[in-house]
Write a protein of this length. Structure first.
Length: 141
């Protein structure tokens, strides 16, 4: 297939017609690359072959459904974490220190570490976790 045939295949893929097929990448001499919908021409070798089923409407619906499910999961997860944090903050506090929270330095450090872990639980690195634990260790000496 020549360059015109390659252009037809590329345009057909871009237009969104509902049909299935394969695209072959053909590598020629001096690094020339071409894309064809059949076997590679003589003098070239196959780079890769991709199958496609050009059902763009179905793919778009599927992607949108996954996005909606992800958003719903995020909302429920945030609500769950907020509820946990409200329960954690709702305990009784006794004003015995100048800060009015009833916690000494060690308890405040542990509380801070736990809040940060809850907030950053999906993105926290090992080094960040060790640094938080080191801060608690230092405060509780």
């Amino acid at each position: 297939m020549n360059k015109i045939g390659t252009m037809v295949v590329v345009l057909a893929l871009a237009c969104g017609h509902a049909w299935a097929g394969e695209v072959h990448q053909c590598l020629g001499q001096a690094g020339a690359v071409s894309y064809v919908d059949g076997d590679c021409p003589a003098g070239t070798r196959a780079g890769w072959i991709r199958s496609y089923d050009d059902d763009r409407v179905g793919q778009a619906r599927s992607i949108r459904q996954r996005q909606l499910e992800t958003l719903e999961w995020q909302r429920s997860n945030r609500a769950e974490i907020s509820a946990m944090m409200r329960v954690r903050r709702g305990g009784s506090r006794v004003a015995s220190t100048g800060r009015g929270d009833g916690m000494d330095r060690c308890q405040r450090s542990r509380h801070r570490r736990d809040r940060i872990r809850d907030r950053e639980f999906q993105t926290m690195t090992y080094d960040r976790m060790v640094a938080l634990d080191d801060g608690v260790r230092e405060a509780c000496r």
